[in-house]
Design a protein around this ligand. Structure first.
Ligand SMILES: [Zn+2]
Length: 335
């Protein structure tokens, strides 16, 4: 049985995302070792390499190589912006071990990971723990709008083919779209660029990205169709053209009922205030679910703040999460 999370972080932190899950796994294994319990299988603590994907892409590198979703050799050959190679950097910091990055011959019985929620739900509801039912489905789009460059002074408004005006028109519709799709849908335009990007030139080209997510894959698919329609309508209004590139599509996934039932019993046994949630963010555990029975626990992020120095989880919640985690781990290790 594997327990753990990741130790890597974002350029400005924080220090709970991942780290708390590895430390909780260590603590749980120590607690089991110190107790009278006799697990029926080995318990291993894992620190997945490069979950965040900040410096090297793809993200969730260690877990995707481990389950065979990505080829380990090509992951080791990935480079950062300065041309540094993953394999060399692992060796440089003393993390290039001898063990192969693959499951043992005997297989993996189950996987459990504790993580900070990275959203406001548990903090808002004053709860200490959530059992994670699954992970949102997601679509990434890159939209390129083609207009025509012209002088910002002499060109009357009716005679323009302004690519950026069409793009912003579409963007304002896209950011309003989730409320019309479902209660859980979220849409983000995170990258925008304009060419030639000059104060007195009408933009000839505008490019923007969309990240659309929901736990319901039909909602994601319908949302993508609506976005294509909004882009077409905005282009029509502004007399420009657009191309929609479907960059990636990840389907929603559900974690193991067996692991979540063990987590529910641990919550019952420890008397911790808890609920069930779905994760909007991706996690190593979703790769493990393709290999074995996997599950996750969330503890609160104060004000939902994450990937920043403000990231914080109250000690009492860390302890409550660790107690539930240790009980669920023990049950899975002995069942
Ligand atoms: Zn994380």
């Amino acid at each position: 049985m594997l327990v753990g999370s990741h130790l890597d972080s974002q350029p400005y932190g924080g220090r709970y995302d991942g780290q708390l899950g590895v430390l909780t796994a260590l603590e749980a294994v120590e607690a089991v070792a110190e107790s009278d319990a006799e697990p029926d299988r080995p318990l291993e603590v894992v620190n997945w390499t490069n979950e965040e994907g900040t410096r090297f892409q793809p993200s969730m590198m260690g877990s995707s190589g481990y389950v065979g979703y990505e080829d380990v050799e090509s992951l080791l050959a990935a480079t950062d912006r300065d041309g540094a190679v993953v394999a060399d950097e692992l060796e440089r910091i003393g993390y290039d071990g001898d063990a192969p990055c693959e499951p043992p011959d005997a297989g993996v019985h189950s996987y459990l990971e504790l993580h900070v929620e990275q959203g406001p739900t548990l903090d808002d509801r004053d709860l200490s723990v959530a059992v994670v039912d699954g992970v949102y489905g997601m679509s990434w789009l890159r939209i390129t709008v083609e207009g025509q460059a012209d002088h910002a002074g002499p060109t009357p408004m009716h005679a323009r083919q302004d690519a950026l005006a069409a793009a912003t028109d579409a963007i304002s519709e896209i950011t309003r779209l989730p409320g019309r799709l479902s209660a859980d849908a979220v849409a983000t335009v995170g990258e925008v660029s304009a060419e030639p990007n000059s104060v007195n030139v009408i933009p000839a080209r505008a490019t923007f990205t969309v990240d659309l997510r929901s736990y319901d894959d039909d909602v994601v698919d319908r949302g993508v169709q609506r976005i294509e329609a909004e882009v077409a309508a905005a282009c029509e209004r502004h007399g420009v053209e657009a191309a929609v590139d479907h960059v990636s599509r990840h389907h929603s996934m559900a974690f193991s009922d067996r692991v979540s039932a063990a987590a529910d019993r641990a919550i019952e046994a420890t008397g911790v205030e808890a609920t069930h949630l779905v994760s909007g963010a991706g996690h190593d555990a979703q790769h493990l679910q393709t290999l074995t029975d996997a599950g996750m626990l969330f503890v609160p992020s104060v004000d939902g703040r994450t990937h920043s120095e403000a990231e914080f989880t109250e000690w009492a919640d860390c302890v409550a999460g660790a107690r539930v985690f240790a009980n669920a781990t023990l049950e899975l290790a002995t069942e």
